[in-house]
Write a protein that binds this ligand. Structure first.
Ligand SMILES: [Mg+2]
Length: 243
């Protein structure tokens, strides 16, 4: 059965928050012509269009955005999952933002995105310096851990993970990158998958992919390949999968 290739984008195909390198584009175009390729990212579709050139996107079978809460084939949106957070959760988060003892507070504490919610007590309108200060403060204070534990305890059907430097991501259980794996498995009759990601460790946003691959419904031939950057992705593709 033909192997399916799935890639995270940020940090795996591109430098963080930037466009794919020309050198890699050239190689990857050929790779996509010869293989079945899907992309899976936490970002939204407009960000993907900035980072990955049209000619590469045109050669992929599909693109999962917003951690698999949206799925695109070409320019058409195949499905989209919405997340309606319980009122009690909103109340808690608003209180948390108001009464948090974190050193600085700005605004934009709650951001609703497709299929998920992002929450930050310092607020997303902080400067880069404030962002780093919060990160160091939180490492000692453990505020985000406490928020995560409360959310998971109070709402067993909702997941909460610490993301980036200042926030937590909140979404229905299982509505993470693992849903992309399940979707592709079903579509391709359980074909073996190779996934490349730069955040495959526990707590990383690619980790749900790793967990999904280790569930018995998946073929034992699945491979999750951790990489440090796009250069490593390119090197492994050239050395291992280029025949
Ligand atoms: Mg990444």
């Amino acid at each position: 059965m033909q192997r399916i290739f799935m890639f995270d984008i940020d940090g795996t195909l591109t430098p963080a928050r930037q466009r794919m390198a020309e050198e890699f584009i050239k190689f990857f175009l050929t790779f996509c012509k010869d293989n079945t390729v899907y992309l899976v990212t936490g970002s939204d579709h407009s960000k993907v269009l900035e980072q990955v050139p049209d000619e590469v996107l045109g050669l992929t079978s599909g693109v999962f955005t917003c951690s698999g809460n949206q799925y695109w084939e070409g320019e058409s949106l195949v499905y989209e999952k919405e997340f309606k957070a319980p009122e009690k959760l909103f109340t808690y988060l608003k209180d948390k933002a108001e009464y948090s003892v974190c050193p600085v507070k700005t605004s934009r504490h709650i951001e609703e995105r497709t299929g998920m919610m992002n929450f930050s007590t310092i607020g997303r309108n902080c400067t880069q310096e404030q962002r780093e200060d919060y990160y160091h403060w939180d490492r000692e204070a453990g505020e985000r851990k406490q928020i995560r534990d409360w959310v998971k305890h109070m709402f067993p059907e909702i997941d909460c993970v610490i993301g980036g430097q200042i926030s937590v991501d909140i979404y229905p259980m299982g509505c993470d990158k693992s849903q992309a794996i399940r979707y592709v498995k079903e579509k391709h009759d359980n074909a073996p998958i190779t996934f490349f990601g730069d955040r495959l460790k526990p707590g990383g946003n690619d980790f749900p992919v790793y967990s999904a691959m280790n569930q018995e419904s998946c073929a034992p031939l699945d491979i999750a390949t951790p990489v440090e950057n796009w250069q490593e992705t390119m090197r492994i593709l050239q050395e291992v999968y280029n025949d």
